[in-house]
Design a protein around this ligand. Sequence first.
Ligand code: FAD
Ligand code: MLT
Ligand code: ZN
Length: 483
Amino acid sequence: FYSVATTVHRNPLFSIISPDDISYFKTLLGERGVVQDALALDAANTDWMGKYRGSSKLLLQPKNTEEVSQILKYCNSRCLAVVPQGGNTGLVGGSVPVFDEVIINVGLMRNILSFDKVSGVLVCEAGCILENLISFLDDEGFIMPLDLGAKGSCQIGGNVSTNAGGLRLLRYGSLHGSVLGLEAVLANGTVLDMLGTLRKDNTGYDLKHLFIGSEGSLGIVTKVSILTPPKLSSVNIAFLACEDYTSCQKLLLEAKKKLGGILSAFEFLDSDAMSLVLKHLDGVRNPLPPSIHNFYILIETTGSNETFDKENLEAFLLHSVESGLVANGVLAQDINQASSFWHIREGLPEALMKAGAVYKYDLSLPLEKMYDLVEEMRVQIGPAAKVVAYGHLGDGNLHLNISAPAYDDNILAKIEPFVYEWTSKNRGSISAEHGLGLMKAAKIHYSKSPETVQVMASIKKLLDPNGILNPYKVLPSSLLSQN
Ligand code: FAD
Ligand code: MLT
Ligand code: ZN
């Protein structure tokens, strides 16, 4: 495991769980809601990457908002620190305890509350798993405005709390646009009902936005109302190869111009990413054999005119090959081939896990500079580790991964602060979509001004004066302990 003990210390103001606390929670939630089993706790203490690990002795599973409210009210009065946890697929060490924080998981709150077939507004509890919402909507002829590789485990409450981006952001925008309302419980147990279903509502400050992307540091999200787009009948996918990064950028511009309204994804991976997937994921074949190209682009279009959309993408592909932007390309001929293309891109996080230790950086950068960082990082690191790049190119979001046989402080010293300084110098963001969590709480100043961070700390202190909600995460602990 990754050692954080050197940078973060347990806040001595937090209480330690007592037998009386356990009795209280059992009375409130029943035996089922109070988990102390070693195996279950081990899983809940360990993050998806197996990199961050806490030592919590208690996992609580409330069944409704009232129980969440009672739990938080009690924890606040006892000064017991808590960590809200969803599907535990977060990638920045935000979803697991750092020390002995009580884990609160709303996974039992998984009801769909309403769906309006005219407006497309879905209202559901925060513990609904993303994939279940996708299937529910599929039957209704709609889709979720977000999709990501972790859909089988992540919860909508976790998605909202991380402001997850994913594979469809290019088309449907961020959750700040599609989440119309939410219900959240504050540290003192107050329930904030902001569960509107309106597209337009300018009555004062729109507080729901504070909870979108605040990573469980301001409250626990218990219900979500989200605008979902209708499912369109024609989806086409092309897998293309480019030999240089300039061509990838030009291709993106061309795709926006020529595919405009129907473009729904523009993802990329480099040759090291492709080699990694081919090596570590079973049954994956290179769609453009025989050789490995320098860059691969996955383009998806979603529209309603089957003949026209396919012809449009074919013509685009042909033109891109003729003009020399694309070295090779193939259009998925059926749904199996389409999902095999997606599997290559979505399988990258898993392939990296199989390859050994991974240092993950999730950056927003100006498009023209983005790959310079990857190349400079390769020079910086040398042969000790592999630099693997992929991401949501259409959104200017690079996933820069350094894959090594094992975690090694010498490697880390070559990556940080270099990667953060480079990003800051180019006015990028050190977290495009994964959040700050524990990993980057102390690095926020690389992307936000001191004045902005100070206002964030004031908001945190106002909503959570005892700092019990997800401590050590998102904001530098040093700022929050000041009076
Ligand atoms: P968790 O991991 O459990 O928690 C994440 C954070 O949210 C934590 O800080 C936690 O405290 C907080 N939280 C969780 N639930 C609540 C709640 N109800 N109320 C308040 N706070 C809460 N992210 C992207 O943006 N785009 C991607 O394309 C993407 N792909 C991924 C692919 C894989 C294979 C994996 C493993 C992860 C991926 N992620 C991606 C990371 C992403 O953050 C999560 O998958 C997802 O949004 C987190 O949801 P979760 O329910 O697992 O939350
Ligand atoms: C992705 O786009 O695949 C995810 O954000 C996960 C990752 O960065 O590895
Ligand atoms: Zn991503």
